[in-house]
Design a binder for this molecule. Structure first.
Ligand SMILES: Cc1ncc(COP(=O)(O)O)c(C=O)c1O
Length: 336
């Protein structure tokens, strides 16, 4: 019979420790409509300046090392946090890291790229921002490295595989035990979603919790990339695969993905996002970025304004990180 305890299911998985866990769960102010904000500080996972990818990389690198890899190859947008954190993981674990990054080589690398170089990674500029072309370039590079005698483990964009998403299955259980210790029963978790692994892992966690006969918060993904919003079935599919991979019981529901705060496209700043960045900075000194968490938090504030949560409901914003991009030339909104 499939099991229902998440920690027990994850205990046997290959894993390396990269993150400082548990991350804090901080209370915030009252939201419009009377809900109460909580912030899950995955910007403080520690690895290479923190962020959500540390949780995925614990399982991705665990699997890569178990398979005998000596090199990690991954891919992302020009300011990819995932690339930066993979570079950091490689530095910690003594693995070579090759990164295919979007766009052309800049005159002066900024933000995440600067840190990736500092962590010793090799950057390969793809000259494109198309996700399909970026993935293809990563596959070609991994094949070249393998032909050259390296034992290369290729990790897709955002680390959103069923192995990576195990990190967020565990994260769901972590939040539930923190909430229980505080006597809080979260109504909803709101997370930024882009490649879908964070959302999928949390959805898998909710399914396991419900299968164990315990109440569980619903999960809302705020889309920051059009691709993820166009195919919500892909997130549900990844969640089901993650649950099965862990050997856990549960029924995966449809993924709720709201793209109303995406704006004109991935990585294009919006007025709502910038307003949310200022709100977070001025209510809790939480630092959000324009590509991911600013838009994700704009979604939470927008949903609160629409009356989504009744007075007293506990609403968790999963702060997935992204701060290095704040220090790029167009990375933060002006002060007012
Ligand atoms: C700061 C930040 N938040 C959220 C996300 C979205 O996570 P996922 O790719 O698992 O959907 C990312 C992914 O790149 C990110 O870097």
């Amino acid at each position: 019979m499939a099991r229902t305890d998440i920690a027990g299911a994850l205990a046997a998985r290959p894993r390396v420790r990269l993150a400082t866990l548990p991350t804090p769960l901080e209370p915030g102010p009252e939201l419009a409509g009377g809900g109460r904000l909580w912030v899950k500080r995955d910007d403080l996972t520690g690895l290479g300046m923190g962020g959500n990818k540390a949780r995925k990389l614990e399982y991705l690198c665990g699997a890569a090392i178990a398979a005998g890899a000596d090199t990690l190859v991954t891919v992302g947008a020009a300011q990819s946090n995932h690339c930066r954190m993979t570079a950091a993981a490689g530095a910690v674990l003594g693995l070579d890291v090759h990164l295919v990054v979007g766009g052309a080589a800049p005159e002066r690398p900024e933000g995440n790229q600067r840190l990736s170089l500092l962590f010793g990674a090799h950057l390969h500029y793809a000259g494109t921002d198309d996700w399909g072309e970026l993935e293809a370039a990563k596959e070609t590079l991994a094949a070249e490295l393998t032909a050259g005698g390296r034992r290369a483990a290729a990790i897709p964009i955002g680390g959103s595989t069923l192995v990576g998403a195990l990190g967020f299955l565990g994260a769901f259980a972590e939040l539930m035990s923190q909430a229980e210790a505080l006597g809080v029963a979260p109504r909803t978790i709101v997370t930024t979603t882009s490649s879908g692994g964070t959302h999928a892992g949390l959805l898998a966690g909710r399914a396991a919790q419900l299968a164990a006969g315990r109440p569980a918060p619903d999960i809302v993904g705020i889309a920051v990339a059009p691709e993820i919003a166009a195919f919500p079935a892909a997130t549900a599919h990844l969640a089901a695969a993650t649950l099965a991979e862990a050997g856990l019981a549960g029924e995966i529901e449809e993924a709720t993905i709201d793209d109303r705060w995406l704006g004109p496209g991935y990585g294009v700043a919006t007025a709502d996002g910038d307003a949310a960045i200022r709100w977070a900075a001025r209510h809790g000194a939480w630092v959000l970025d324009r590509t991911y968490t600013g838009k994700g938090f704009a979604g939470l504030l927008g949903l609160a304004g629409e009356g989504r949560w009744p007075p007293g409901a506990d609403v968790v914003f999963w702060h997935t990180g992204g701060q290095p991009a704040v220090f790029t030339s167009d990375g933060s909104p002006s002060g007012s």
